[in-house]
Design a binder for this molecule. Structure first.
Ligand code: GUN
Length: 291
């Protein structure tokens, strides 16, 4: 078993970005600028956005946090989105999800200028991704692809099972893994809540990418020897022995690890890569528009 170390690769990626930013600034250019819109007090969203802002500082990006109360109206949030679209000093921005129930998430995401949509959630960017055109890839699937590439994992012609069909992870993941290319080109199956006899799919899989948000869902009996496991789940569970909460993935890591050729830990696998890829996308937005 070999660990796919997302912390190490994210560090290397960030070092690379920091160097590029330092060069731009030495040449007299402004630094890349990322903004994040955070609505409400969801603890996980608060923590994620805080980390994204910290990442910006680490690589020399300018960052702006726009924090709004949960009772902000859809109209007010749309106005903020329009202002960010018009802001010439801003390369890219994200609206952290989920949004409060009274706000139509699709409407907000579709109002974001696709050129500034560093999350890659706008239909224009999703369409470009599906067609294999250059665009902002959603950060989590992008991070998984980078991990597979960096560890030179053989994916071509392999059976890849994606668990979950969310717009943020499962669906884009399935598209990227099925695209041509040395570190993709897999035969992909998406499994979801409507899938019958799930084990029949997972037991046959060479690669399993799990993004369903259920702690320890994927167990040792469900996978074959030599499988490659990518665990996107980040689940907060109470640890009786430590009398505190801890983060666990969708995968029963302790029992599966001996069976797996490669496996991502949680924490320290996909999570750090997601954050690093948001920085990559912001740098891409900057290169396109600020030069
Ligand atoms: N909520 C969970 N993951 C993400 C993400 O990658 N981007 C945004 N904007 N919200 C999220």
């Amino acid at each position: 078993m070999k660990l796919l170390d997302g912390i190490k690769l994210a560090k290397k990626t960030k070092k690379n970005i920091r160097q590029k930013v330092a060069n731009y600034v030495t040449e007299g250019k402004r630094a890349p600028h990322l903004a994040a819109v955070l609505v409400g007090e969801d603890p996980a969203s608060n923590a994620y956005v805080k980390m994204k802002i910290k990442d910006c500082e680490e690589v020399g990006f300018k960052s702006t946090l726009i924090k709004k109360d949960a009772d902000i109206s859809e109209k007010e949030l749309l106005e903020i989105v329009h202002e960010l679209n018009e802001n010439k000093e801003l390369d890219g921005y994200i609206v952290q999800l989920p949004l409060p129930k009274h706000i139509n998430e699709d409407k907000i995401l579709q109002a974001i200028d696709p050129q500034k949509d560093v999350d890659g959630f706008h239909p224009t960017n999703v369409g470009k991704m599906a067609l294999g055109l250059e665009t902002f890839l959603p950060a989590t699937p992008f991070g998984v692809m980078r991990l597979l590439e960096d560890y030179d994992i053989a994916t071509s012609g392999k059976k890849c099972v994606v668990l979950g069909r969310s717009n943020i992870v499962g669906r884009p993941m399935s598209i990227l893994m099925s695209q041509p290319g040395k570190h993709a080109n897999s035969t992909v199956t998406i499994c979801h809540s409507g899938t019958k006899n799930l084990e029949e799919f997972t037991q046959e899989a060479d690669i399993i990418i799990s993004a369903i948000g259920k702690p320890h869902f994927l167990t040792s009996e469900m996978v074959k020897e030599g499988v490659i496991i990518i665990d996107v789940g980040i689940n907060r569970v109470y640890d009786e022995s430590k009398k505190d909460y801890k983060l666990v993935g969708d995968v029963d890591f302790e029992n599966i690890k001996s069976k797996a050729d490669y496996i991502t830990p949680v924490p320290g696998g996909v999570g750090p890569m997601t954050r690093a890829m948001l920085l990559e996308n912001t740098l891409l937005a900057y290169k396109r528009f600020a030069q």
